[in-house]
Each structure stands twice: as C-alpha cells, then as structure tokens.
Design a protein around this ligand. Sequence first.
Ligand code: CP
Ligand code: NVA
Length: 331
Amino acid sequence: MGVNLSGRSFLKLLDFSTEEIEYLLTLSRNFKDLKRTGTPHRYLEGKNIVLLFQKTSTRTRCAFEVGAMDLGMGVTYLDPGSSQMGKKESIEDTARVLGRMYDGIEFRGFAQEDVEELAAKSGVPVWNGLTDLWHPTQMLADILTVQENFNYDIKGKTLVFMGDAKNNVARSLMVVCAKLGMNFVACGPEACMPASDVVEACEPIAAENGCTITLTQDVEAACAGAHVIYTDVWVSMGEPDEVWAERIEQLEPYRVTTQVMELADPSAIFLHCLPSFHDTNTTIGADIAAKFGVTEMEAEDEVFESRRSKVFDEAENRMHTIKAVMYATLK
Ligand code: CP
Ligand code: NVA
C-alpha cells in the first residue's frame, strides 16, 4: 500500500514508520529537482499556513516561508512576542482559533506538550519546528544531505554526534538513524548523554533495522571509520546563560577538530544544524571569547570551512524537506 500522510501532524519521528520517512525523503528529492529546473509547483494554491515562533530562527522560518510560497500558499509569521498565546490565551484556545483560519500550523517553542496540544486541538496538521525535546524537520534535511553524499546508500553507515548529546538535535538523530538503518554514536561526557527514555525507545528500532546505538566518552573509538561527524551548539535555546562555564569545561574535549575528522572514514562529511559558534563573529561568540578565552566552540573554523563540511547544502535542504512535509500532509 502506498504511503498517505494527508492530514497528519509532524511532531516527532518516533510517530513515523521507516517507509513514511523514506517517502518524505524521496518527495524532498523531487521537490529539489523541481526547484533546480525552475519548474513551477504551486500544488497547494489557495491554502494558508501560520508560523508560530516562541524562539528565534533563520533556517526554519525561511524554509517554511519559501516552501509555502513555492507551493502557492499564503503565510503568516507570528514572532516570539507578537501573539496572545501563553500570556493572554491558552495553547488550547489559540489552537482552536488558528485551526479555524489556517490549513496548517508550524510551531517552534519550549515544551513538546505545547506542540502536541496544538495538534490535538486545532484540527489541522501541525509541524514541529523545534522544541526542547525534538527537531524532526531538521532530520529530513540532514539525512537528505547524507544520501546526496553517499549515493543514496546510507544503510550501515555510521553517524557520530559529538558534544551535548542530550539535546533535541542529538535525540532526533538517534531516532532517524535507528529508523533508517544507520549506526548512531553519541560521543560526549557522561553528563551530556541522551536520556534513557530515548535510548530505550530507539534500541529495539535499531535492532529491527540492523544497526546499532552506542553511547561513549571515547572520541577515538567513536569517530574511527565514521561516515558523518555531526555537532551542535553546547548550549541550546532556552537554557540559562549560567550553564556556559560548566558546558565549556565538559565539552571542550568533544570539539570537532581537524584531528577528529582525520579519524573518520576518508569519505566522511561534517554536518551541523546551524547556527554554529565556529569563530567569534557573533555577539555570543565574542562574549564567550572575552569571558573564557575560547574562540571556537563545538567545531573548529578549519573544519567548518573545509571541503568535508556540507553545512550549507544541509541548510538549503531544510527548504526542500519542509516543503515535502507540508505537501504530504496538506495535499
Ligand atoms: N537549524 C535550525 O533550526 O536553524 P534555525 O534556528 O535558524 O531555524
Ligand atoms: N540544539 C539547538 C538547535 C538549534 C537549531 C537549540 O535548541 O538551540
């Protein structure tokens, strides 16, 4: 039977089968071809979506806006301070209002329960644009980028996440790797290992798909022969500034350096969801350099700018993959 995601919400990848994720990746590849060849694809003309952000964004917002406009849809953006939600109106009431006006709702915020409640109460598809627990749309872009670099043959390849492996991106990578038959390695200090709930959920899925999940503190063992070295910021949105000092101390041994990349397979690529602190050209980067003397955080600038770094292909792929999610769920 063919895959049909019409009317579904996209809240976390644990809700989707391997076949459904593979379908979304194939659809993304098709949309990328249409965009590249300048072929119009206004398949959702007449529909409208709303983007609800409690946290800041560049890629996710722009990917939803451009993706929606390419599909012929109208888009409303509500920034972190400009709706009534939370302060004067509950999530439940907001969901019931927006569901009367829009065909789909994107939400980026703090609590996973909030995006789940929007989905439960709005009556329209809701897409999770990042919560403290999950970042599912990011995963499709990441895996499309891996596919493009490994000739669409990713089963049995190994992805290593270096650093704060308890965060939303690392948790989501564990799920998508398990679902698609890629070995997943979380490499970081004990204090930053993924929570047991996600490991327990992923282990049987990985076993079913013939791949492994490894948690380790050992950089050499983790990265030897790996195909993808992935990292993310050491402090995620919503965490207090006070955690920086401790995080820098814990995570410096897990910075992605040129030496780390040399441990990996000769074909290995470097990925990062972005934004990244690979230099001091940001206010936070400059502030951390002044306070702690650290000028490159989760990745060395040399790695970020290297031939192996595919981070801007990955960023572009946010748009093609998010377009696929909107199309599949709204058509
Ligand atoms: N990777 C990602 O989600 O980027 P933004 O925070 O810019 O949306
Ligand atoms: N872990 C990061 C991802 C940003 C795209 C955060 O939540 O801030």
